[in-house]
Design a protein around this ligand. Structure first.
Ligand code: C2E
Ligand code: CA
Ligand code: CA
Length: 608
């Protein structure tokens, strides 16, 4: 396999060599070795140098059985003879005892330069990149011109060769991920580029698989990076052992891998089925137990698959097309992640429209604060007797062209784009304003605000929050911060530090959606937490579902054990409430009591 970049670089190395040394009596040897190296490195089957002014290509008069060979009947000039004999030598070396050029003529190229003509045949079906042809031609023009001049620069040859060898080795090293020994992203991109150009020509469909280990951070954060690294190494090795020749397996990020598989089939549905099998096999290989020290892990993964060259816009350059293929596989992988399941997904048009909508939402979000498109709703939290204890601030957005967009859809986009920082600050201002306007209300103890990971880890988050409270004269006990388990697990030390700082300044932090995410209890005792909010998915039909009430009962036990307040959300009917009413729960939230409501409805409720 060669890639355009790599080939150009090799050609330029050879070019420099020839230019530096000039040509002497050993012209034949040098040309011969130059051509040999170029051939080997470019995976070309042979190069013939001929004087096109004096020869014609005809079918092999001897009629070899395996196909057609070429003869050059009219070449008789001295170096013309050499060219023919060299060409034949290459020919024999590469083709063994058989004349099978005829079979391989799918991709052949002629470059016509003064004195020399070059016939390039490629091994198998790998097409030669236009760029390589373009680069070869001036080199051959120069070579041909240099034939006249003869100089002796043997040492220089060695020097330049040694330097170039070292450079080549360095380049090769830079293509390897030092930790796992697998190819890295750079190498993967180059391989994809070359596979894509082959597959456009041969119509053989290939596939890329981009996969990410689910919740790998939990291992790193709870057991340390050495264990995490070891897991990556074992996995890398395990996967590598199952690769076919021609596959490229690369580690393209901390816990992200990519696999390139070529020549699946000419038929789209067969290629699809084969890729499906590969994705399943990947899942199995990854989830098979991994033992590191005393720990045994079973890791799931999310895989995005994209076939090529289907659906590729041919007006784009090869590199742009390769980027689109990777981007779309990423889209497919993210769709698996968002569905919160381990598994695989193929890229398709719907995902494309999803990403277009995402871009549109991000665009509209930029001006949403300025255009006054947001509104904060409040959903009361009640005690077991129904009295309002507090509320959760929930953001609502209505945009002229998009209409109403739910926070589940726009918050992750705001988070990803960083817009959440301004949006979060705006929400906090609104909450402080309402708190200052209802300061005299005794019943309402607090309003909680949702803080997304990006906001929470921002270095100024705690001080900005305290500053805003100060500006509105709000007691820090009246505000609570809701963070999800994702925040904690990603940055455990920082989270502890920040929660402690907030706690020292009177602000309670609650762990939201508890149980839905990482559910690793190992970090719980380390955190200066005061409150846990059990995820609403466990409350649904709790009185009927054995699994849910076992989970909820044990979370309540854990809270008692760690002296944490326990809140439940998503209570939708009286059956669920009746089951929960007897438990040690501080506050209840859900449609059964109140839906999220606009500011003035909430104020009116408090005044009843
Ligand atoms: P969350 O923090 O888990 O908020 C609770 C969600 O449950 C709210 O959805 C609420 O309307 C809904 N809910 C409340 N009671 C019930 C019930 O009985 N049944 C059901 N099925 N749902 C109930 P909402 O308002 O659509 O918010 C969705 C998510 O968006 C929130 O989930 C939160 O993660 C995020 N979000 C909302 N506002 C903000 C905000 O200002 N900042 C940040 N960072 N995230 C926000
Ligand atoms: Ca919440
Ligand atoms: Ca929640």
């Amino acid at each position: 396999m060669y890639s355009a970049d790599r080939a150009l670089q090799i050609i330029s190395i050879q070019y420099e060599l020839v230019m530096n040394i000039g040509l002497d009596q050993r012209l034949e040897n040098m040309l011969s070795s130059f051509m040999q190296r170029t051939l080997q490195r470019l995976s070309l089957s042979m190069v013939m140098l001929v004087d096109f002014n004096q020869c014609e290509l005809t079918d092999d008069p001897q009629g070899h059985t395996e196909g057609t060979s070429y003869c050059f009947p009219q070449v008789d000039a001295a170096h013309g003879k050499w060219l023919i004999s060299e060409a034949k030598l290459f020919y024999y070396r590469l083709a063994g005892d058989h004349y099978y050029i005829g079979k391989q003529l799918r991709h052949s190229y002629f470059l016509n330069v003064p004195q020399f003509g070059v016939l390039i045949l490629e091994r198998e079906s790998t097409p030669l990149d236009e760029m390589i042809l373009a680069a070869l031609k001036p080199l051959l023009v120069k070579l041909s011109a240099s034939c006249q001049a003869c100089q002796e620069h043997q040492n220089l040859i060695k020097e330049v060769e040694a330097r170039k060898l070292a450079e080549t080795q360095l380049i090769e090293q830079s293509m390897i991920d030092p930790q796992s020994g697998l190819a890295n992203r750079k190498k993967f991109n180059l391989s994809l580029l070359s596979a894509l150009s082959s597959s456009i020509n041969s119509k053989e469909i290939g596939a890329i698989f981009i996969f990410d280990l689910d919740r790998f951070k939990v291992i790193n954060n709870t057991l340390g990076h050495e264990v995490g690294d070891e897991v990556i190494n074992i996995l890398g090795q395990r996967l590598q052992e199952c690769m076919r020749p021609g596959d490229t397996l690369a580690r393209i990020g901390g816990d992200e891998f990519a696999l390139l598989v070529v020549d699946l089939s000419l038929d789209e549905s067969i290629a699809f089925e084969k890729s499906q099998k590969i994705a399943k096999k990947l899942g199995k290989l990854i989830s098979a137990p991994i033992k590191v020290g005393d720990n045994v892990f079973s890791i799931s993964n999310s895989t995005g698959v994209n076939l090529f060259p289907l659906d590729v816009d041919s007006s784009l350059s090869m590199r742009q097309q390769a980027d689109v293929i990777v981007k779309n596989a990423d889209l497919a992988m993210n769709s698996v992640k968002q569905a919160n399941r381990n598994g695989y997904n193929f890229y398709n048009k719907e995902l494309q429209s999803y990403s277009q909508r995402k871009a549109q939402i991000e665009n509209c979000l930029q001006t949403a604060i300025f255009n006054n498109e947001f509104e904060v709703y409040y959903q009361p939290l009640v005690a077991v007797d129904g009295k309002v204890l507090g509320a959760e601030a929930l953001l609502r957005w209505s945009n002229q062209s998009l209409g109403r967009v739910g926070p589940d859809e726009f918050i992750p986009i705001a988070e990803e784009s960083g817009l959440i920082l301004d949006i979060g600050a705006w929400v906090l201002e609104q909450v402080c304003q309402i708190l200052s306007s209802i300061a005299s209300n005794e019943a309402l103890k607090y309003i909680s605000v949702n803080v997304s990971p990006r906001q929470f880890i921002h270095h100024n988050f705690a001080n900005d929050l305290l500053g805003t409270l100060n500006k509105y004269g709000i007691n820090s006990r009246q505000i609570r911060v809701e963070v999800t388990e994702g925040v904690v697990i990603d940055n455990i030390d920082l989270t502890i530090q920040k929660m402690r700082y907030l706690k020292d300044n009177g602000v309670v932090t609650m762990l939201d959606d508890f149980g839905s995410g990482y559910s690793s209890l190992s970090y719980l005792h380390q955190l200066p937490l005061q409150t846990i909010k059990i995820d609403k998915s466990f409350i649904t039909d709790i009185e009927k579902t054995n699994r849910n009430h076992v989970i909820v009962d044990s979370i309540i036990d854990i809270c008692e054990h760690f002296s944490l307040e326990c809140i439940v959300e998503g209570v939708e009917n009286c059956n669920e409430f009746e089951y929960l009413a007897t438990k040690n729960i501080t506050a209840y939230q859900g449609y059964y009591f109140h839906r999220p409501m606009p500011k003035y409805d909430f104020i009116a409720l408090l005044e009843q």
